[in-house]
Design a protein around this ligand. Structure first.
Ligand code: SF4
Length: 307
């Protein structure tokens, strides 16, 4: 039986599909929940601290203010489901905050935030490309001294080796493609700002050719997703990533049954639909059942996560 198509494509969905089509199905089509991950939640916290920092006047963007922004971000995280789900005890919370503080401190070794002119922070860009909704969140979009756009993507994971650099940079052209589609401009530079143990900035320069290449790639991946959905043919691809995969229990490569994941996905979808608020039109005369509007087609957007 054909499976429903996912509602959109994002950089993380594209890379999941390339890494393992079956993991993509579990995540993007069955929408199985994944347990919160400490690195991802820490990354979200640091992203939020830097977002708050760039909301301040340029002259005020000092390391001291950045740590205050981190305190505020940590406070906010206490009500976020993913953070709560980590179930940290007091010592683990302290270690979490100390790690995040170190990343915020390292940021200042890489850039002087007082010189940066952001035009967008945690900015969602969406474009309909040939009937496919393509979307991505840009951590920071700024204009350089010449008025050219620069995209910055913060990374809180390990800095890649020289060999890995090009493959990491391949994905960021997705953002250049989105800028061209939504803003009509190709950024002059895209930079990955690594805040882990070996802080580093890796930069690439997009071009019309690289953006065209990304457009073709997105089209090819979407066509492959459509084919896989039509034939319900999402194959597992074993790799080192399996060690971190939340879906091993449903993966045939590990003795699991993907049909169980499908059943769980459908049950969860029904549960979500039942829990959705129903909008009532109060402007017209109440005539009964017909006045109740259908529930919204799309769930509310989730909080940005990090890669
Ligand atoms: S365990 Fe490995 S092969 Fe199986 S779905 Fe996850 S990533 Fe794919």
């Amino acid at each position: 039986m054909a499976l429903p198509l996912p509602t959109s494509l994002s950089p993380s969905k594209v890379s999941t599909f390339k890494d393992c089509a079956l993991a993509f199905r579990f995540s993007a089509i069955d929408k199985l929940p994944e347990p919160p991950s400490m690195p991802a939640v820490k990354g979200t916290t640091v992203h939020r601290a830097l977002e708050l920092l760039f909301g301040a006047d340029p002259a005020d963007r000092t390391p001291e203010l950045a740590q205050e922004c981190l305190s505020e971000a940590l406070l906010e995280m206490r009500t976020v489901e993913e953070y709560v789900g980590l179930q940290l005890d007091a010592a683990a919370e302290e270690a979490f905050a100390a790690d995040a503080a170190l990343m915020v401190e390292r940021y200042f070794a890489l850039e002087d935030p007082r010189t940066i002119r952001p035009v967008g922070l945690e900015m969602m860009l969406e474009a309909d490309v040939g009937g496919v909704l393509v979307r991505g969140i840009i951590d920071r979009l700024e204009e350089d001294a010449d008025g050219q756009l620069v995209v910055t993507d913060y990374k809180t994971g390990r800095t890649p080796s020289v060999m890995q650099e090009q493959s990491r940079l391949g994905g960021v052209h997705f953002y250049a493609f989105l800028c061209q589609q939504v803003l009509g401009r190709i950024p002059t530079r895209i930079q990955l700002v690594y805040l882990g143990k070996e802080p580093q900035v890796i930069t690439t320069t997009p071009s019309e050719q690289s953006v065209r290449g990304m457009q073709k790639k997105v089209g090819a991946i979407w066509a492959a997703v459509e084919r896989a959905c039509e034939h319900d043919d999402f194959r597992p691809k074993k790799s080192a990533l399996c060690n971190w995969c939340a879906f091993q229990a449903y993966c045939p490569a590990f003795g699991g049954d993907p049909d169980e994941a499908r059943a769980l996905g459908l049950a969860l979808a029904a549960e979500r639909a039942a829990a959705r608020p129903v909008a009532v039109d109060l402007t017209g005369p109440a005539t009964g059942v017909g006045d109740v509007a259908p529930a919204m087609a799309d769930p509310a957007p989730s909080a940005p996560t990090t890669a």
